[in-house]
Design a protein around this ligand. Structure first.
Ligand code: PLP
Length: 440
């Protein structure tokens, strides 16, 4: 958020409504601790810790050697759009024309473009909370009304059709879904998705759009298969599917994402927004992405990464659940654990400490944030707190997100330090007296 000291009239009103992505905000804290000589265990990372596949790297290099670095089709290279359309058939059984596909710089821009394309001021946007922070922040920026759909731990961070049903009104314009989910690792069964689709068909007019963020589509555990709402009857024509190469191919720096629109006309609107914002995407990276979809070793490469995440999850869930005051649901996909730390907040006195903060400080923090920063500044473990994943209506929710995108030894050290921190009451008191106010 802009500082309250910033002159009110300097920026347009919307700039005072946009939030921040805490995943990027924590970076300078880590750097300053590392500059002081501390070794920080990073459990905050939102990117796979694997090398990008050799077949992408080789193709990008080859394209650069060919000098393929000029402007290109603003909708995305036709050959890449065809590869994406074919993947939609393989993965979801959907028949998609390459002209319904728009290539974008990562999965993230689809969120803002979808809000621009479909939402007027005051329209209601239902989104998962905890969820990717940009959903809430960008809805506010757009002037839409964010309506959080709270994902409950007791439902394994999925939601029931009834919970969605209760939130849909005549003003609902967009319903955002994200399975497998960041930050909880929640996923839904085919039957749960069919139930959700049934509510949408029954309660929403044909102009209501579903934004389905499927960026973790391949990262599922225990033999689960990806379920897309677009595959449910009558839903493809209402759904904007968003995915990309950042997670699947461990290639977030390539900035290749895409949206599959319900119609070619809607894709033209996104193409035009693309022209206004980006002109086009680097053609050499688009060729790399095309190869990623088509290469014979693609599936095996993804599979190796997913099995590694699954093994780490199995080890870490055990270790985290052994810590007094913490309990954690078993994630079904993605590469995060989302433990409930209410017991730790209670044991360390974080709830009391939070209650005693002056109003302005209390507003921008939470007991989980106090613990998160204590863990970072006194035990050198970087994590993200509950409020990094949507803030509206989160009082009384005490969670952290732990990423398992680091090698196992590092993760185990992180778990051991977390255990130490969870019983370091004296350290927490000291943190509140010395460091807290400077860092929260
Ligand atoms: N959607 C979700 C749920 C994510 O977790 C992320 C990244 O962490 C993105 C979108 C953005 O992906 P990209 O880096 O491709 O823009």
């Amino acid at each position: 958020m802009l500082s309250p000291d910033m002159p009110r009239k300097l920026f347009a009103d919307r700039m005072y409504r946009i939030g921040q992505e805490n995943a990027f905000k924590i970076g300078p804290h880590i750097t300053s601790l590392e500059n002081e000589g501390h070794r920080v265990v990073r459990l905050n990372l939102g990117e796979p810790d694997f090398e990008m596949p050799f077949f992408i790297r080789d193709e990008v290099k080859r394209q650069l050697d060919l000098g393929n670095a000029r402007y290109c089709d603003p909708q995305g290279l036709p050959s890449l759009r065809k590869a994406i359309a074919d993947q939609m058939k393989r993965m979801r059984g959907l028949t998609v024309s390459p002209d319904q596909v728009v290539v974008l710089p990562g999965g993230k821009p689809t969120i803002g473009l979808t809000l621009h394309a479909y939402c007027n001021a005051g329209d209601e946007v239902i989104y998962p909370s905890p969820g990717f922070p940009i959903y809430e922040s960008f809805s506010l920026y757009q002037g839409a009304k964010p309506v959080p759909l709270h994902l409950k731990e007791e439902n394994q961070f999925a939601f029931t059709a009834e919970e969605l049903d209760r939130l849909i009104t005549a003003k609902t314009r967009l319903i955002m879904l994200n399975f497998p989910s960041n930050p909880t690792g929640g996923a839904v069964t085919e039957q749960q998705m069919q139930d959700i689709a049934e509510v949408i068909r029954r309660k929403c007019g044909p102009e209501v759009r579903i934004y389905s963020d499927e960026i973790y589509e391949y990262i599922l555990f225990d033999g689960r298969k990806h379920v897309s709402i677009a595959s449910c009857p009558g839903m493809q024509e209402r759904t904007v599917i968003c995915s990309g190469c950042s997670k699947t191919f461990a290639w977030p720096g390539g900035r290749i994402g895409y949206a599959v629109l319900p119609s070619e006309e809607e894709a033209q609107v996104f193409k035009n927004l693309n022209i206004h914002y980006f002109s086009c995407l680097p053609p050499f990276n688009q060729e790399g992405a095309r190869v990623a979809f088509e290469h014979a070793e693609s599936s095996a490469t993804i599979e190796r990464m997913v099995r590694t995440f699954e093994h780490r999850r199995n080890v870490m869930i055990r270790k985290i659940n052994e810590i007094e005051g913490i309990h954690c649901q078993m994630p079904k996909g993605a590469f995060y654990l989302f433990p409930n730390i209410a017991g730790v907040c209670e044991n360390l006195g974080a709830l009391d400490a939070y209650g005693k903060l002056p109003g302005d400080l209390r507003q921008r923090t939470s007991p989980a944030t106090l613990f998160q920063m204590f863990l970072l500044y006194h035990h050198y473990v970087a994590t993200l707190d509950r409020n990094a994943f949507g803030c509206i209506g989160t009082e009384g929710q005490h969670y952290l997100r732990l990423s398992i995108a680091s090698e196992l030894g590092m993760l185990e050290e992180g778990a051991a330090r977390l255990q130490e921190a969870a019983r370091d009451r004296a350290g927490f008191e000291k943190f509140m007296k010395t460091t807290a106010r400077e860092v929260i």
